[in-house]
Design a protein around this ligand. Sequence first.
Ligand SMILES: Cc1cc2nc3c(=O)[nH]c(=O)nc-3n(C[C@H](O)[C@H](O)[C@H](O)COP(=O)(O)OP(=O)(O)OC[C@H]3O[C@@H](n4cnc5c(N)ncnc54)[C@H](O)[C@@H]3O)c2cc1C
Ligand SMILES: *[C@@H]1O[C@H](CO)[C@@H](O)[C@H](O)[C@H]1NC(C)=O
Length: 461
Amino acid sequence: MERPIQRTFFSIFLLAQLVAAAPTQATTQACTDITNALPGKVLSPGLLALEYYLEQIPIVNFATRSGGHDPNVGHATVEDGILTTMTDMVGLTYDAMKRVAYVKPGGEWNDVIGDLEPSSVTITGGRLGLVGVGGYLLQGGVSFLTAQEGLAADNIVGWKTVMANGSIVNLDATTNPYLAQAMRRSGSQFGIVTKYTVRVHEIGDVWGHFCIYEDSQCDALYAALHNFVGNGARDPKAAIIFSDLVAVEGLETRLLYYFYDGPTRPTAGLFADFFNIPGLICAPKTQKYSELLKSNGEPARFLNSRVSFRMYSEIRTKLAHITAPFLTLLRPTSQFSIDFQPLPSIIGKISESKGGNAMGLSSSYPDRIVLEIQGSWALASDDAVVYSLSKQLTDWLDEQVPKRLDEAGMSRDMYLPLFMNDAAGDQPVTKSYKDHEKFKALQRQVDPDGLFSTRAGGFKY
Ligand SMILES: Cc1cc2nc3c(=O)[nH]c(=O)nc-3n(C[C@H](O)[C@H](O)[C@H](O)COP(=O)(O)OP(=O)(O)OC[C@H]3O[C@@H](n4cnc5c(N)ncnc54)[C@H](O)[C@@H]3O)c2cc1C
Ligand SMILES: *[C@@H]1O[C@H](CO)[C@@H](O)[C@H](O)[C@H]1NC(C)=O
């Protein structure tokens, strides 16, 4: 453990000026205190870098931001408060002897994966290279390597963390397995992480990219998806993201991202079944992992800047129905999608063997699909409408799914827990965790004054 008074290297954006209303006195005072603590380093709202002592933050709200891809208002953003950003903390070092990478939270997966590639290793991380690193690793992270290695967070064995009391602690999975478990999937609630120690995975050329299908292939694709997911990842090197898109005027398309951890895909088996279905455009090929992630990310750069996520169970028709009045020619670039993300049972086994996570994935975990409901739109004036559309859909699911589980004689909460990386801010993510009470108690223990639980952005216990 290191001493409490340590200089940290976060960048802070003082956001007071970015909101229309004048900042509260507490915020102004906080900004002044930080300025005084670090003369000459303070940023005005013009967004420069600044270093500060975490302890100096007085009673104001704050948020921490790594990549800033969490679309929920108040998670990686703050209104009238302090935003700590990791913009200057980018990059990694690799220890070939210990087979771990020391990864900084700023930057994007493109940087991390590219830096590791010359050593023929990678870490379990994002599937679109442009996604942020820090928040992804704290929230859990589904990766193309997840059926082989578990969630991204399962592979972290150390977190250099600024705790609520200002101490900088090297949390270590070996010496503190209980806290380590909590750090996996609790988001921002245990501290601000400035470095992750992550186990590596050997990698060479991979095979993948996306195919786009006509609507007429829908049933064949669903059948292939069903078989692929329902078999516990028979071939853990294979991964897919199955995206059902609804665009303007209700136009539907299916976009599937494929991945195989090897230079060529298998020609037989459940994964190969997808390739008997003709695609309209099919781009998978053999390439470097970093090249694949980079090209997978490119289409997302052109998404409208406003994005919302919700996840849950089945639904495309309901989605098309609910969004129809919104997806008119007046909003030509808007679209919604439901992404079906396989989470085969094998992941629970791997997760448990690596020390477990707060979400509670264990060896008794069944084959599942994480549902991500995504929307993309252009105008801020449409924010409230889009949130209400996605909420209509998740409210409907919350009503329908337990009913259908009852009918099937299955446990009502089979469709939980919720998946933090893709959840909307008002969804009770940590409450859906099996051991919610246990981790909540631990959170209160390390944060007795409620710095993170009451004043910081993000999902709360
Ligand atoms: C295009 C796109 C593709 C995506 N693909 C995937 C995918 O393949 N798999 C997947 O699982 N998810 C995916 N996501 C979701 C993604 O994991 C989350 O949006 C995640 O929050 C992004 O990480 P970030 O660093 O940008 O987080 P941020 O938005 O910076 O932060 C997210 C949360 O974590 C907190 N936080 C961030 N950094 C720190 C830190 N250093 N210490 C303490 N708290 C911190 C923030 O306060 C906030 O509450 C995708 C998102 C997008 C937009
Ligand atoms: C700060 O909190 C951490 C985590 O609870 C604890 O290990 C450490 O001893 C505390 N440090 C001080 C100086 O109180």
